[in-house]
Design a protein. Structure first.
Length: 686
């Protein structure tokens, strides 16, 4: 009996030691996560009316059902291998790089263009230079958030996400303008065989990129575990202040790490573009889905409400520099000048024909003045200011929600997902009830529900705030797309629903200029002004606001005086979700009368940037939202005006401005001291 008890005790002790090992714990967590994902997927498939057994059978057979399936799985997992390695390497330094999409684009474009330009070199050199070009382009693009994080403290999640949009428009512009293959599709020229990575197994798509990925894993594992650089990177990631005290230059470590992980990610994209999949896939395969994307439209079709008299709100046309134009078009556009048939130039879009240099100079000066005059008319147009107010409303509401959440100490990266959920729930509520106001209530409830989900993981389960927020954004994007397909039987957009009316304020609408700017808007615009003023009063003039700010600055002191820290955090995060959901309702029920896939289009991240730029103050966030929306309205107007800039270049303006403003704001603003810090009552920070 004693022997049996002793053996049982030994086995129990060994089992506990096995479970306590970090490697086994990670494997167990991953296995449980996969099981839960399959279980939830089965529930959703069954709820959609499909056969769960058939769906999973096709899933597994498509991935592992034969040589071709296995080869395709390996090919598709190769870039994920590089990307996962890159994210893990950066995470060791405490960096969250969400800019994989943007780095993919610039690396893919560089690796697709460079081998074509080096056609006279041997194939080995062309492939090598293509890989290096992709890695270098990704590292250069990653230098911006790395530098802003290391030198200025700008949040790398926001800057990398903004750069994703910049990279999308930039690469699209470059492909369409300089590297386009003649044909109906916007794509680069197909890479010749000598510029692709060789196939490992003939007849399959498995290439040398797989071997490169495995070697990269082994190399970086040794760097992290057995080198001085790896020790410094881990020290900075676990305790940056202690690492800096110990002599590690924190800024250089973060900068080098950011550039290194961008090298790895871009190398993976280069492997694919240079033929890493053994298939001559051009750049359009990853860019085509974004070519016709417009952040304020939310759909591939231009169905916005009028903005300042424009029946469409924006245009997808662009004036190409150097394209032959008609003389009559030049006269209609630039005035009654004696222009002959010519080509658009870089100043005003046309060149006149003249026999004398003096006349040419005079025409140049006149056209330049007209171009500047036209630009100033766009900037200071009354309708443009009215559009600014309309476009700032959802950002300002979400920014106030972010201010409440972060004042309580919870980083809310999930504002984007909350806003998207609110937009969907608003349309669904209006669709089911026929009342747009009930749809607004559904939007607020949906955003609050997502906020509660974030609060449970971030506050109760002490999950990382940034990772949880990004996960919520991904979940919201996928869930709304799936529900849209289930309810309306399509993925792109929902059916039209009853939208909110437009209010015209008596008296105010009759005032010249001011009436045009403020007199006629959706009721949510006026409601948002009231809520923002009320939010400022609550945050800075009431005992509740004092408790919120105390919780975010010093939770131990708040706990000592009897404040329920956890309850305050829950309240603020749920309130943040409700406000973001209200902003989403404005997008789907005021600007549009339907829901479209990912229609928030980065506004949640802009709202978080506005929150930081506004000093975590509702009124400051409103001012920052006006600034962002003003530039956004300008770029929309510029698309419809005769300005010799490509549409994609104009569309980059709001995102670039967001990065610049965020970089300047973090220098002048001080975030709450306990922002992102886990706290357990009676035990202190964790």
């Amino acid at each position: 009996m004693d022997l049996s008890d002793d053996t049982s005790g030994k086995l129990s002790k060994k089992s506990i030691e096995l479970l306590a090992r970090p490697g086994f714990s990670r494997f167990a967590y991953s296995a449980v996560a996969v099981f839960l994902a399959l279980l939830i997927g089965a529930i959703l498939i069954g709820a959609s009316g499909y056969s769960v057994k058939e769906a999973y059978y096709n899933l597994f057979m498509g991935a592992f059902g034969g040589v071709y399936s296995l080869a395709t799985t390996v090919v598709m997992s190769t870039p994920l291998l590089f990307t996962g390695l890159a994210v893990a390497f950066a995470f060791q330094c405490g960096l969250f790089n969400v800019g994989a999409e943007g780095q993919l684009y610039v690396g893919a474009l560089a690796s697709a263009v460079v081998p074509l330009a080096l056609g006279g070199l041997p194939p080995v050199l062309r492939v090598t230079m293509g890989l290096l070009a992709g890695a270098g382009a990704g590292a250069a693009f990653g230098f911006v958030p790395g530098y802003l994080k290391a030198k200025l403290g700008a949040h790398e999640v926001i800057t990398t996400i903004m750069l994703n949009y910049v990279a999308t428009f930039l690469t699209t512009f470059l492909v369409k303008t300089y590297f386009r293959d003649p044909g109906p599709v916007d794509q680069t020229v197909l890479l010749p065989l000598g510029s692709r990575l060789p196939e490992l197994i003939p007849g399959t798509r498995v290439s040398l990129g797989v071997i490169i990925g495995v070697l990269a894993v082994a190399l970086l594992n040794q760097v992290i575990r057995r080198s001085v650089l790896g020790y410094e990177i881990q020290a900075v990631g676990k305790n940056p202040h202690a690492a800096e005290y110990g002599g590690v230059r924190r800024g250089e470590c973060e900068h080098e790490n950011c550039s290194s992980h961008d090298d790895q990610r871009s190398s993976s994209r280069s492997c694919r573009l240079c033929g890493g999949n053994g298939n001559p896939v051009p750049l359009h395969s990853i860019l085509l889905a974004r070519i016709r994307f417009h952040r304020d439209c939310g759909s591939s079709h231009c169905r916005r409400k009028p903005v300042g008299g424009d029946p469409c709100g924006h245009s997808f046309r662009s004036t190409s520099i150097g394209r032959p134009v008609d003389a009559a078009l030049c006269r209609d556009t630039h005035g009654a000048h004696d222009y002959g048939a010519g080509t658009c130039d870089t100043v005003c879009g046309c060149t006149g024909s003249s026999r004398y240099v003096f006349q040419a100079k005079e025409q140049f000066r006149r056209r330049r003045w007209q171009g500047m005059s036209g630009f100033m008319d766009i900037v200071f147009n009354v309708n443009n200011l009215a559009a600014t107010i309309r476009m700032a409303t959802p950002i300002a509401l979400a920014a106030m929600g972010g201010a409440f959440s972060e004042r309580s100490g919870v980083v809310n990266i999930g504002i984007e997902g909350m806003m998207l959920t609110g937009a969907f729930c608003g349309v669904l509520g209006s669709h089911l009830t026929g009342s747009p106001w009930l749809g607004v209530l559904c939007a607020v409830a949906g955003g609050g529900l997502v906020g509660a989900l974030l609060a449970v993981f971030a506050v109760r389960l002490k999950a990382d705030h940034v990772v949880t927020g990004v996960g919520i954004n991904i979940l919201a994007s996928g869930a709304t797309t799936w529900l849209m397909q289930v309810i309306w039987k399509r993925k792109g957009a929902s059916d039209l629903v009853r939208g909110l009316p437009t209010w015209s304020v008596p008296g105010l609408r009759d005032i010249p200029v001011l009436g045009t700017i403020l007199g006629t808007h959706s009721p949510l615009v006026y409601i948002s002004f009231i809520l923002i003023a009320l939010g400022w009063v609550v945050m800075f003039k009431t005992p509740l606001g004092l408790r919120i700010r105390m919780t975010g600055e010093h939770p131990e002191a708040a706990d000592t005086v009897g404040i329920n820290v956890r309850a305050v955090k829950y309240f603020c995060v749920i309130l943040s979700g409700c406000l973001a959901g209200l902003g989403g309702a404005y997008l789907s029920l005021a600007q549009l009368n339907w829901f479209s896939k990912d229609m928030s289009a980065g506004r949640g991240y802009m709202a978080l940037a506005a929150c930081i730029f506004g000093g975590w103050n509702p009124i400051g966030g409103l001012g920052a939202s006006f600034l962002f929306s003003f530039t956004d309205a300008i770029q929309m107007r510029m698309q419809t005006a005769q300005i010799p800039l490509a549409v994609e270049v104009i569309q980059m303006i709001p995102y670039i401005l967001t990065i610049l403003i965020l970089a300047g704001a973090v220098v002048k603003s001080r975030p709450p001291a306990a922002l992102g810090v886990h706290y357990e009552s009676g035990h202190g920070k964790k």
